[in-house]
Structure formats: structure tokens, C-alpha cells
Ligand binder design. Structure first.
Ligand SMILES: Nc1ncnc2c1ncn2[C@@H]1O[C@H](COP(=O)(O)OP(=O)(O)OP(=O)(O)O)[C@@H](O)[C@H]1O
Length: 299
């Protein structure tokens, strides 16, 4: 299988919002981070991928099955064929308040032929989830951990996570990232994760896909952002020289002015440093990159 997920030309119209031209691919062995401002359309895209929202146009392949085809019956058949091979975590705990942690294990056993009881118990122990606790007694973060344990214990090939680390403290997020790394260590698995916590993606993602107001903005290997790109910190008086230096493509540069100077997004910080050694250039974080691309003036 070339792709665990392949989305092309996805469109979905709501009153006052349109998802348009969204493209996304998750290859076996890769973790794709999905980012964008509030209301950009990330959850809508994930729901379309999982067959929870019917797209108006575009194609979606999930584990090789076409899940956005024209007929509802074909879609349902395709989804049935793959759903046991996918683990899903949305940003809320989906189990009823009165359900105990141990009961969630019974639900898993009934729902998935591939359910691994020992794996579920091991994850619950690692997450500090006592079997007798009810969902009502869990904090938001603990509820997320329970949902994650449920998503992982049936041995999926693909994880789709929507804000799965929201509500977790930094230590718990690191624990979850370790578990996701363990998940990726076995075979040709993949993860698609939407998040606002871009520092998590710096630790685990291979690719970063960004959308804004329903439209694609960039899709890049993480290293192109975090290793190659940079933010040049120049004085306002240096800006014209920086833009005219030949290192930045005219009409493609992104510039953000501050009281104390001007930030310029630089795709290749090494080439920039060679051409303009007098201008300091820092490594870009995913957040820097997004801020400059989404809010920067185009020059
Ligand atoms: N069922 C629906 N009916 C009408 N509008 C909807 C529906 N679901 C989502 N929307 C709208 O679609 C837009 C995109 O929402 P979506 O939840 O996909 O964004 P998001 O990128 O996940 O945002 P956030 O980061 O805030 O969770 C929003 O304007 C939202 O109000």
C-alpha cells in the first residue's frame, strides 16, 4: 500500500465556511501533523476521512479503500472494511460517565476482533488509570489517556488523532508521545494528528500540513521547517537589502514587522547566512513558520 491516507481535492461546504482543495497524504512509516488556526477545517477534514462527514467533492482513500465515493452504500462498505484497522482519538472522552476503566476494556473486546487485553491493561497502568475508576471520576487529561489506550489496544495500523494531547500536562504529553513512538516502531504504521501544540509535532512528526480558512497553505517535511528554514531578525532599514539579496524569491517572502525590527521567513537559513552574514537568523519553529506564512506581509 502506497498510502494509509490519501486525500485529493477535498471540498465540504457549510453555511459560512468552505473546505476547498484540501490535499493530504500519510505514507506507511510516517507521522503527519495537521495544523491551522481555530476554525481552519481540520476536524471537518478528519471527519471526512473517517466517513463521519460526507464530502461535496474530492477523493479519499483510507487504507486503500475509497471512502468518499458517490454511493452511500459503497462508502459504508469501504469504511466497514477498514474501521477495525484504525484507532481514533477526538478531543473528548467518548465513554459514558458511569463506565469504569475496566468496562472500557470489555467494550474493546466486543468491538474489535484484534483486541489485546494485556496491551489495554498495560497502557492503563502506564497512564495511571485504575480499573475501578469511572469516567466521571477522571480528569479531562485522564479521559484523553483512556481514549488513547482504547484506540491503541486493538493493534491499529493507523491512528487519527484530533487534539489528542489537549488537556494533558507537559509530562503526560511526553508520555503520550513516547507511546506514539513505540506505536510507530512496529511495521508500516502511520499517524495523522491535528494539534495546536506544534512543539509536539517538532518531537514526532515527519511532515506538516497546514490549512487556513478551509484552504491548503503548505505541506512540508518537518525538517524543511525546523532544520532548513529560519527567521531573519533584521532592522527596518535592512529590509530592502534583505529582500533584494537574491536569496528570497520575490513575491514569496513573508515579512512581519515589530516595534523592535522586522522578521523575515527564510527557506534556507544556511544560504541566507552566507549571503547576509551581518543579519542574525534563528532556526524556525513550526509556530514561527505558521505565524509568518499566515500573518506575514507578502513581499
Ligand atoms: N456540522 C457543521 N455545521 C455547520 N458548520 C460546521 C459544522 N462543523 C463545522 N462547521 C464549521 O466549519 C468550520 C471549520 O470547523 P472545524 O471544526 O473543522 O475547524 P478546526 O480547524 O478543527 O478548528 P479548531 O482548531 O478550533 O478545532 C467552522 O467555521 C465551523 O463552525
Amino acid at each position: 500500500m502506497d498510502y494509509l491516507i490519501k486525500v485529493e481535492g477535498l471540498e465540504k461546504r457549510y453555511d459560512g465556511f468552505m473546505l476547498s482543495g484540501v490535499e493530504l497524504a500519510v505514507e506507511p512509516g510516517s507521522v503527519v501533523g495537521f495544523v491551522g488556526s481555530n476554525g481552519a477545517g481540520k476536524t471537518t477534514t478528519l471527519k471526512a476521512i473517517l466517513g463521519l462527514v460526507e464530502p461535496d467533492a474530492g477523493s479519499i482513500e483510507l487504507l486503500g479503500e475509497p471512502v468518499a465515493g458517490p454511493g452511500a452504500r459503497e462508502r459504508a462498505r469501504a469504511l466497514d472494511a477498514v474501521k477495525a484497522r484504525i484507532g481514533v482519538v477526538f478531543d473528548t472522552c467518548v465513554f459514558p460517565d458511569t463506565c469504569r476503566v475496566a468496562d472500557v476494556g470489555l467494550i474493546g473486546r466486543a468491538a474489535y476482533p484484534t483486541w489485546r487485553r494485556e496491551r489495554y491493561e498495560e497502557l492503563c497502568r502506564a497512564f495511571g488509570l485504575a480499573p475501578a475508576k469511572t469516567v466521571k471520576e477522571l480528569s479531562r487529561g485522564m479521559g484523553m489517556k483512556l481514549t488513547l489506550a482504547f484506540a491503541l489496544a486493538h493493534d491499529p495500523e493507523l491512528l487519527v488523532l484530533d487534539e489528542a494531547t489537549a488537556g494533558l500536562d507537559p509530562l503526560a504529553r511526553d508520555e503520550v508521545l513516547d507511546i506514539l513512538r513505540d506505536f510507530m516502531a512496529e511495521g508500516d504504521r502511520g499517524i495523522l494528528m491535528s494539534t495546536h501544540i506544534t512543539s509536539d509535532l517538532e518531537k514526532i512528526a515527519d511532515e506538516v500540513v497546514c490549512i487556513d480558512e478551509g484552504r491548503p497553505v503548505f505541506a512540508l517535511p518537518k525538517d524543511a521547517i525546523c532544520d532548513e528554514a529560519g527567521v531573519a531578525r533584521c532592522r527596518a532599514s535592512e529590509l530592502d537589502a534583505v529582500l533584494g539579496s537574491g536569496v528570497l524569491e520575490p513575491g514569496q517572502a513573508r515579512v512581519l514587522r515589530h516595534d523592535y525590527g522586522v522578521d523575515v521567513l527564510v527557506p534556507d537559513r544556511f544560504a541566507f547566512a552566507r549571503a547576509l552574514p551581518q543579519v542574525p537568523v534563528d532556526k524556525a519553529s513550526i509556530e514561527d513558520y505558521m505565524t509568518l506564512v499566515l500573518k506575514g506581509e507578502v513581499r
